[in-house]
Design a protein around this ligand. Structure first.
Ligand code: ADP
Ligand code: MG
Length: 238
């Protein structure tokens, strides 16, 4: 668990500014959803939080400590990618334990952590299988398992469900929320799907063209949208 403070963070590529000073304070254990149309800067912001992309200005703090210059591996953050990012020639257990192996952890420790994550995710019967032998939902759970074994302070999700069909998406939304309840970990979840945002978030950050339009609970955004952009975006069908 950790609090996260995104303080006036900006990003420019060459001379072009794509994130214009975004500020979001996230208390310990909160589930925050970044939502907004394609190209508004959601992935860029998440990658800066993860340390995968340098920030151009501003500060990112985890538990009050500035992490701007820390490499990703030293930030206690795990990012969940889409299911296709699994290693096809490694088993479920090997996929989940790979980062720990790279970190030089002992075999016994890796096995114990993988086992615990598999129990949380209902993946124990599948540990010896390969990704191609799994359903889409199981693959997505393996992707989450890779993050859980690292015991991060913060989880980041970048549109993790966009490859899945509608029925599975609804199921996985509930599973991710259940995961957050069990782990009580701070999570930042990116989506362009306003239904996903409204059903999953403690608070929603609405982005447009690299700026925050509004931050608030789903109910606040629904009842008191700050402007017509927020009202239109929240109100439109997915
Ligand atoms: P989103 O995830 O909300 O769809 P992105 O964060 O991917 O948006 O992109 C935000 C803006 O930054 C877009 O205009 C995109 O073209 C631009 N952008 C993203 N990555 C790069 C890059 N590596 N070089 C130049 N421009 C980029
Ligand atoms: Mg994106």
């Amino acid at each position: 668990m950790a609090s996260m403070n995104i303080d006036n963070v900006g990003k420019a590529y060459g001379g072009l500014t794509v994130i214009h000073g975004v500020s979001v304070e996230i208390p310990d254990g909160e589930f925050v959803v970044l939502v907004g149309p394609s190209g508004c800067g959601k992935s860029t912001l998440l990658r800066m939080v993860a340390g995968l992309e340098p920030i151009t200005f501003g500060d990112i703090r985890i538990d009050g400590k500035v992490v701007n210059d820390l490499p990703p591996k030293d930030r206690d953050i795990a990012m969940v990618f889409q299911s296709y990012a699994l290693y096809p020639h490694k088993t479920v257990a090997e996929n989940m334990g790979f980062a720990l192996k790279m970190r030089g952890e002992t075999k016994a420790d890796i096995e114990a952590r993988v086992r615990r994550a598999a129990e949380i995710l209902d993946l124990v019967p599948y540990l010896a299988r390969y990704p191609r032998q799994l359903s889409g939902g199981q693959r997505q759970r393996v992707a989450m398992g890779r993050a859980i074994v690292r015991d991060p302070k913060v989880f980041l999700f970048d549109e993790p469900l966009s490859n899945l069909d509608a029925k599975l998406r609804v199921q996985m939304r509930a599973e991710i929320k259940e995961l957050q309840r069990r782990l009580a970990t701070t999570m930042i979840y990116v989506t362009h799907d306003q239904v996903e945002a409204m059903t999953m978030a403690d608070r929603i950050v609405v982005l447009r063209d690299g700026r925050v339009e509004q931050i608030g609970s789903p109910l606040t955004l629904y009842d008191r949208p700050a402007n017509t952009f927020v009202a239109g975006f929240i109100g439109s069908p997915s």
